[in-house]
Design a protein around this ligand. Sequence first.
Ligand code: NAP
Length: 548
Amino acid sequence: MSQTQTKPSEIDVAVVGAGFSGLYLIKKLRDQGFSFRVFEAGSGVGGTWYWNRYPGARCDVESMQYSYSWDPELEQEWRWSETFAPQPEILEYANHVADRHDMRPHIEFNTRVEAADFDEATGRWGIRTSTGETVSARFCIMATGCLSSPRPPEIEGVDSYQGPTYHTGEWPHEGVDLSGKRVAVIGTGSSAIQAIPVIAEQAGHLTVFQRTPNYSIPARTKPMNAQYEQEWKSNYQERREIMRRTAVGNYFARADLAAADVPPEERRKTFESRWAVGGTRFMSSFNDLATNAESNEAAAQFVREKIREIVKDPATAEALIPTGYPIGTKRICADSHYFETYNRDNVRLVNIKEHPIHRITPKGVLAGGEEHEFDAIVFATGFDAMTGTLLNIDIKGRSGLTLAEKWEAGPRTYLGLMTAGFPNMFMITGPGSPSVLSNMMVSIEQHVDWVTDCLANLREQGAEAMEAGLPAEDAWVEHVNEMAYKTLYPKAASWYMGANVPGKPRVFMPYIGGCWNYRLKCDEVAAKGYEGFRLEREGSNAASQAAE
Ligand code: NAP
């Protein structure tokens, strides 16, 4: 008998995904005594770190800050080799956690959840998987990640290409040998910016097709220093608490000063020192870079000058210079010698705004009237972010309403945790929560704690169902928008805005009000008996509406 057949088909909780959210959910649900099953499309744990194995992949959050806080012994034992961990090491960490806490028996690998149907008569979710099984669960938790649906390149002729193609977000597990090959990379987002320097070292020749230049700050990753590591390990709990109390869930110095209040030469000094330290903390050089257009332009100008200094060929430098959108409003990148890579003899940049890609041909890429021949093409074309994975599952709530219908004009959630009309379905780091604007580990832990505390609370109260109330949801969506439009973020055609997917509604999806404020709001809502949510108690059809 297979492992799947021995599993119960009626459970308390179905969890979709075994990335860092799914793994922590296993720990919590097991400790709380819920019956649950975890479905994972991949053959292993790790989520984004399982799929994104492209050369050069690493985290842009410092290693010491990108780990779970709930296993204090592991936090002391685990050794990161570099200040910014490379993907294989983060994946090793996820695997280690899964083994150390005996989590694998709870996970069904190679099992994609295809549909989730809410049955109003029974108040249960029917979860249909790619193995053909349908599981009945009282609760469904979508731990599906924010960047987990790779976007195929919408370029004519893709299927005609005769060589191998790779998407950074679905990189072959056995690795790819690009040595000596003529390689194309299409896209210049965070993934490409990390991959390009490494591919350039292997490839015989690399051609980068760039549509929009990106701002990138050197990550300056270095081998872990024992003293630095010890400093963290001796103060872990205290520092983690400080991280939780910040806007972005990271531990680093934030300027309490507006660039607008500082003379240009002093501003420059600050930018220089942040550039020298490296990493995305550059955007915290001053406290008004996300809100004041002039301050932002000063930071952008500084980075443009750096690009001109680094890239030797003036025409290539100009082509690499981002203009037309504020720095940081498309996700800021952190690189290891990205701009320097364009000084190599075997690397060529094609600006496809000037030389548009007409189509992919059997031999390569036809752009600006020139056919470029390649032995391999790498698509670093990104993801259908935040909503793509959820909408790829055929989710039906009350009265057969699909999530796709409900979110036709953009995602609508209450606190990014639930969406009205879909009772007992929770999202971990869903749209409308800080998620991608924060250290994901901090946000994942906060959401998993909140959701599992909520489940325990419902059980205690004898509540059968919980659902976001429409008035609270409407108010939250309005608040999320209001906060976004106080910043410069909506000025960029970014994936935060859904702008990278043709036809996707232009809505700023994450919540920009900050992790700590957001946590306080979630805690307050819970303390007020889940204010704004509707609870249904056993044996009663009457929904109690916690003051909406
Ligand atoms: P991305 O930021 O969306 O970048 C996709 C790139 O492909 C963009 O340059 C885009 O150009 C280009 N592109 C898309 N379709 C194209 C087409 N048909 N023709 C030509 N170019 C096309 O995706 P990503 O680089 O995978 O990064 C996504 C997110 O994942 C990041 O923003 C970050 O949050 C996360 N990530 C994090 C790390 C890290 O921790 N260091 C690393 C990688 C990714 P346009 O800009 O013109 O649309």
